[in-house]
Design a protein around this ligand. Structure first.
Ligand SMILES: Cc1cc2nc3c(=O)[nH]c(=O)nc-3n(C[C@H](O)[C@H](O)[C@H](O)COP(=O)(O)OP(=O)(O)OC[C@H]3O[C@@H](n4cnc5c(N)ncnc54)[C@H](O)[C@@H]3O)c2cc1C
Length: 567
């Protein structure tokens, strides 16, 4: 009786000023993979349908604690640098919240870092892309070490004895964050350190020097002295590092723990205070005579490490698609439940245009990322068969740069528009949207900023002019299916007529390449309503500079239905 009357007093108490209504229910218990129809379709299309069940299991996991809690906790509790122990010994360790380790463990156990290197299944890169795109919707920060661990393998293979020692460790499916010898724990996480204070894009300006300890050369031991201005995931077990030798810039494998079990002279100066990506640690380091072994030939550091860089760029594209999907899901869910001016927001004509445009972009980026992943499958198969400039290899090289430039450029504004669909609530941390927004610009800067990627497209074409033919052959698989695409392809070809101004026009040219490739993919394989809206707005100019400017005749019903976050 006493409790009942207490409750009734609470409900009529003067501080009960209002009833909460017109708020959005939590989006829980979802299969993040199966409910992502464009991704499910692309996964099958690119030859990796066999991974669907596995991706669904991961999708159900991601839709639970990783998305709701781990990502938030890992970001709210930023990593802390412990330079010394309490007795004054240098330890250079970074302390993370347990949620970070849960994310890392989940990533490693689901083989996001290793699948293409260990699986005998076809289209393993495409399969991994589907898993990665699903997982990164929970949180993007842990993508950094997962990606670098994935990407280190092809570079390590330049030095077979080092690959024999380290590949089993970096592809292991157990995660152990302790800073102990990797052989002892049976697994390893990898990082990379190229950028220095005086230059990141222009790594040939590196001043870190490497002195041979006994003769030198490929695979030999060196001592490194210098600094690195950005070194993410500094708690990793090994790093690929660039340093100058007498023969020029060379690539080195630098372990944090030395073969005798002691710590390498890898000193973390401080952690970066970043715009976003808060869960992940990015550091400045100094190498005070750090022990390392050369990977690849002396003076061939850039061609050696570029194998790693290329694979990280692939992940930038997949990550951009993941970020867009995560933001879009938040926007679609919110607008489906929130009403204003007498209707659910999702039913307001102008909001349908905004959401539709965001769906189109998300689908186009997903299609591009998955096609690119297949290019990696095909290129690796050709390399295994002894080819070194097959069509697939040329396409992969060019489309990676094109895709990284464009998808990463489109991501920040996409995140912002998704955020705005939630109104004020989207600006508040607990919606999760600010985290997606802050993360969005990073992939565009990392591993080749916008201009550098555009120039990389031109470089790829200078090195292998046939790549352009291969690229257009892929785009023209859709020839005749949509006149707007056909017309845009003709215009794009003319963009190459005046080589003298190509560098100045590089962004515009690369944008055109990305749009034609995305258009071709959507016209061939996508939903007709999505392809039509894409061609009208992105290829034929019937759209504006902001999202929400699709032509009024677009089939919004069909476009929105495909991207609904719930099955
Ligand atoms: C969060 C974070 C984590 C990172 N982690 C790592 C890491 O783990 N390891 C690592 O090695 N690096 C890392 N980086 C560094 C990153 O790769 C570099 O910042 C990036 O490559 C750009 O180099 P920079 O900062 O020296 O800029 P700069 O090279 O000075 O470039 C500045 C601007 O000039 C443009 N530019 C450069 N050259 C040209 C040109 N020829 N024509 C026109 N424009 C040009 C660039 O596109 C860029 O916009 C990280 C960066 C961030 C933000």
């Amino acid at each position: 009786m006493a409790i009942a009357s207490q409750q009734s007093r609470e409900s009529t108490a003067p501080w009960q000023t209002h009833t909460v209504f017109n708020q959005v229910p939590p989006l829980e218990g979802r299969d993040v993979f199966a409910s992502n129809r464009p991704l499910v379709e692309a996964t099958s299309r690119e030859g990796a349908g066999w991974v669907s069940e596995r991706a669904s299991a991961l999708g159900r996991l991601i839709g639970g604690a990783p998305q709701q809690e781990w990502g938030r906790l890992a970001n709210e509790n930023k990593p802390i640098l412990r330079t010394f122990d309490r007795y004054g010994h240098r330890i250079d360790e970074v302390e993370f919240h347990p949620a970070w380790h849960q994310l890392m463990r989940m990533g490693v156990e689901h083989e996001l870092h290793s699948l293409p290197w260990t699986s005998d299944e076809p289209a393993a890169h495409a399969a991994r892309a589907a898993l990665y795109m699903t997982a990164m919707q929970a949180e993007a920060g842990f993508a950094c070490p997962i990606t670098m661990t994935f990407a280190v393998v092809p570079a390590l293979r330049a030095q077979p004895e080092l690959a024999a020692e380290w590949e089993p460790l970096v592809t292991a499916t157990s995660y152990d964050p302790r800073l102990v010898p990797a052989g002892e724990k049976g697994s390893a996480i990898a990082g990379m350190a190229m950028t220095e204070k005086q230059g990141g894009s222009d790594v040939r300006a590196n001043t870190t020097v490497a002195h041979p300890l006994a003769g030198g050369g490929a695979g030999a031991e060196y001592e490194l002295i210098g600094h690195k201005w950005f070194c993410s995931a500094p708690m990793s077990d090994l790093f690929l590092v660039l340093a100058q030798t007498d023969e020029g810039l060379s690539c080195f494998l630098l372990p944090r723990i030395l073969p005798d079990g002691s710590r390498n002279a890898f000193h973390i100066q401080r952690l970066k205070d970043k715009l976003g990506n808060h869960s992940n640690a990015s550091s400045e380091i100094e190498l005070h005579g750090a022990w390392a072994r050369m990977v690849g030939e002396p003076g061939r550091g850039v061609p050696t490490i570029i194998e790693m860089v290329g694979h990280t760029r692939l992940d930038c594209v997949i990550g951009a698609a993941a970020g867009m999907r995560a933001g879009l899901v938040g926007a679609l869910h919110h607008t489906a439940h929130r009403s204003a001016f007498g209707k659910h927001l999702i039913d307001q004509p102008l909001m349908r245009n905004v959401l539709g445009d965001l769906c189109v972009e998300s689908e186009a980026t997903t299609a591009l990322a998955m096609r690119l992943a297949r290019a990696y499958d095909e290129a690796h198969a050709d390399a295994a068969a002894g080819a070194d400039s097959s069509d697939a290899q040329l396409f992969k090289r060019l489309a990676t740069a094109v895709g990284k430039y464009w998808s990463c450029k489109r991501a920040p504004n996409h995140a912002f528009e998704c955020l705005e669909c939630l109104g004020g609530a989207g600006y508040v941390e607990e919606s999760g949207m600010p985290r997606i927004y802050r993360e969005a610009p990073l992939a565009s800067i990392w591993e080749g900023s916008g201009n550098v990627m555009s120039l990389d497209v031109l470089r790829a074409l200078t090195r292998a002019p046939r790549a352009l033919e291969v690229f257009f052959a892929e785009v023209e698989l859709a020839a005749g299916a949509d006149r707007r695409l056909d017309q845009r392809v003709v215009e794009l070809k003319h963009q190459f007529d005046d080589p003298a101004t190509l560098e100045t026009r590089a962004r515009r040219v690369v944008e055109g390449m990305a749009l034609c490739l995305q258009g071709s993919l959507l016209v061939r394989h996508g939903d007709p309503a999505v392809a039509d809206a894409f061609c009208a707005s992105r290829l034929a100019g019937d759209g504006g500079l902001e999202y929400g400017t699709l032509p009024a005749g677009a089939d919004f019903e069909a476009i929105l239905a495909r991207s609904q976050p719930e099955l």
